[in-house]
Design a binder for this molecule. Sequence first.
Ligand SMILES: C[S@@+](CC[C@H](N)C(=O)[O-])C[C@H]1O[C@@H](n2cnc3c(N)ncnc32)[C@H](O)[C@@H]1O
Length: 397
Amino acid sequence: MHKYLFILGQANDLAKEEITTVLDEAQDKILKTGTNFVVASSGKNAEQLMSTLGGTVKIADFIETIDDPSKLTDEKWLIYLKQSIAKANGDKIHFGFSLYNDSNRNYRAINKTALAIKRQLKQKHKVRLVSSKEPVLSSVIVATNKLLGNELLIVKYNNKWLLGMTRAVQDFVKYGQRDMNRPGRDSKSGMLPPKVAQMMINIGSISRQKTILDPFCGSGTVLQEAILLGFKKINGSDLSPRAVSDSNKNITWLKKEFNLESEVNIKQSDIKNLSKDFAPNSIDLIVTEPFMGDARIIKNKRSINQLTDIKQELQYLYLESFAQFKKILKPGGKIVFIFPIFRIKDQTIPTLDKNIIQQINFELIPPKIKSDQLSDNGNIIYSRPGQVVQRELSLWQ
Ligand SMILES: C[S@@+](CC[C@H](N)C(=O)[O-])C[C@H]1O[C@@H](n2cnc3c(N)ncnc32)[C@H](O)[C@@H]1O
């Protein structure tokens, strides 16, 4: 068993729900969680875990907890770097550190210790202390400056400091590639960030044997991430012929680019007729970001009345969707569904009315994590600063 320190990306709550689901189902143990980190034991190696998790940006071997940052002495730090020093063999030793959730004063004190280590190492080795303007080194800096195994993570939590050595970072090149390089991009109807799609799938199921469907597939982000996660039976559908064609293009491109095999079946289908296009009891898991209203009205000419009208139309569409899902889902099947929340001035207009959906016998499963940022319905919210539409992520069975 390894003991790891996981650093979560900006979508903290979503990332924590993802990691909790993935580790729980593998019967790994979560030992501690803070806003932006998790400590857990796992039998898997760090790279394996990193390629599964969309919301984790760094995975470190957990070292120890100290109760005062001044206890992080140069002797101690040199012990953490022992392996890299032994392996250096005349090559330059790169090292660095990231300090999370702490003050500038402590950052300066730790940086002094790092400079002392640099001076000591310099006597026998070529050495470089990698630093940036921020107290935290990004995954990009870690990966491009040979810091894997040589970056010390220091995370302040409840007046203690958790220490770890970074083993894996998020593969930013691969994410960029599958987001920006795919041939079919439709920025008008909105694309889900690949990491969010990945987290939604993991929250729905960690079993890759399941048959998955995105019935509002757009340009195919969820389908793409399902292939990369190792699902073999993947279905998509959308009302728009352009979306179907974009998804097909993207899937063909992705399979070739990443050399992957999966059975992917994409249909043009209006959500009202979904059960005509997919057989009864044929789907285990639906993961989708549905139509969320006319983006132009929502962004520009919005008034509370307009948004309330849009909300009503959407609620009707979502009810129709769930009624169709009921027909094609296998017993016990699950749905991960995004409901938009519109924000106007100080007001928020949620589109999820859970009573409507519970009336057709779907149960809303609350998140496993505790958070003070949940929606009024108790769901995790995903949004970026300044966004007019927030996404409320819900899990149904
Ligand atoms: C927000 S987009 C989904 C984007 C997708 N998650 C992606 O990353 O590319 C919503 C999609 O719903 C589709 N749509 C709208 N009304 C629909 C309906 N009645 N039935 C099926 N699809 C519909 C739109 O064509 C659009 O592609």
